[in-house]
Design a protein around this ligand. Structure first.
Ligand SMILES: Nc1ncnc2c1ncn2[C@@H]1O[C@H](COP(=O)(O)OP(=O)(O)OP(=O)(O)O)[C@@H](O)[C@H]1O
Ligand SMILES: O=P(O)(O)OC[C@H]1O[C@H](OP(=O)(O)OP(=O)(O)O)[C@H](O)[C@@H]1O
Ligand SMILES: [Mg+2]
Length: 285
């Protein structure tokens, strides 16, 4: 039975459960359930605080987990990222009232409020800056107004929270984060666990591909085939089938969903017709 840590609350928990569901795993029915067994897939899910997940995984009690890259780094736990998941994307940044500082070099002697002390202390040390760090559990944007700190370091997605507090980002982002699958560093390769981990990763990769690609079908004249295939090279190579009408072929290839409309226009311009896209629901590459 593969033992997997899943976020129980916060920004990571909904999208993580949705992705696991799309990958064919049973998920809990109500938010108070602490663990569930999915016997068909031989997996047990433990619903834990996102911040604690790297600690459980690094201890070896759980095989893998889903958490944020920022939380993994902040924890300094002996666990490593093995698959980025593309949701809960954010940057981690310093912010101040306008006119306080322009970058990390100006922070000497100041107090920085954050929920991510590990990341901030490491970043200040890397830049040789002697500043104090005060830990707050959340809503750190208010710390400056209330005089607890001159600077904050926090997760920024849209920037709305900063704007609402009258703050602006300073300097370069400290890091970029997103949800990731993590595993203990140096986990010894027990064959049965290893093959289950690989199967789990293939399933999630299948969801990522199904979310980012669409299947495109079209007909084109044989003379235009090379140009058309250059527009839709597919992942391996497109499928080309003869049509009953001589001189025409049908082409099928996966294309990035974001580029689908532009590719359809370009195909139309070189004479392709009956151009269709269909959603991919599941996939193994
Ligand atoms: N607004 C956001 N957009 C994207 N990711 C976010 C956002 N806020 C937090 N995260 C990510 O969520 C993870 C933190 O999860 P955690 O549950 O501790 O905080 P939270 O999502 O802010 O929830 P809570 O409501 O408990 O504060 C981190 O990986 C962080 O980067
Ligand atoms: O740039 P934005 O789109 O505004 O998102 C960033 C905000 O979202 C999170 O806060 P959350 O609402 O989870 O509250 P918290 O500070 O108590 O964690 C994070 O800590 C920032 O405050
Ligand atoms: Mg939060």
């Amino acid at each position: 039975m593969l033992r997997i840590a899943v976020p129980n609350k916060g920004s990571l928990s909904g999208p993580a459960a949705e992705m696991l569901h799309e990958a064919g795993y049973q998920q809990r029915r109500e938010s108070k359930e602490l663990r569930i067994v999915d016997p068909e897939n031989e997996v047990e899910f433990f619903y834990l605080r996102p911040r604690d997940i790297a600690i459980y995984v690094s201890s070896g009690k759980l095989d893998i987990g889903i958490t944020g890259r920022d939380l993994l780094i902040d924890s300094a736990a002996k666990a490593e990222e093995i698959l980025p998941l593309g949701f809960a994307r954010s940057t981690f940044r310093y912010a101040t009232k306008p006119g306080t500082a322009n970058g990390v070099k100006d922070l000497t002697g100041m107090t920085v409020a954050t929920s991510y002390e590990g990341i901030v202390a490491g970043h200040l040390a890397d830049h040789g800056i002697d500043a104090s760090v005060v830990h707050l559990d959340g809503a750190v944007e208010t710390a400056i107004e209330l005089g607890v700190a001159e600077v904050i370091a926090d997760v920024v997605e849209t920037g709305t929270s900063l704007r609402n507090a009258g703050l602006e980002v300073i300097g370069e982002p400290i890091m970029k984060s997103e949800a990731v699958v993590i595993r203990r560093i140096g986990a010894e390769a027990d064959d049965s666990v290893e093959s289950k981990v690989q199967q789990f990763l293939r399933r999630l990769q299948g969801v990522l591909v199904a979310r980012t690609y669409v299947m495109m079908d079209y007909d084109c004249r044989v003379e235009q085939l090379e140009k058309a295939v250059a527009l839709t090279p597919g992942l391996e190579s497109p499928t080309v089938s003869p049509l009953h009408n001589e001189g025409w072929v049908a082409v099928r290839a996966m294309v990035p969903a974001k580029e689908a409309q532009r590719i359809m226009d370009d195909l139309y311009d070189i004479g392709a017709r009956a151009i269709l896209t269909t959603a991919i629901h599941a996939c193994r590459l």
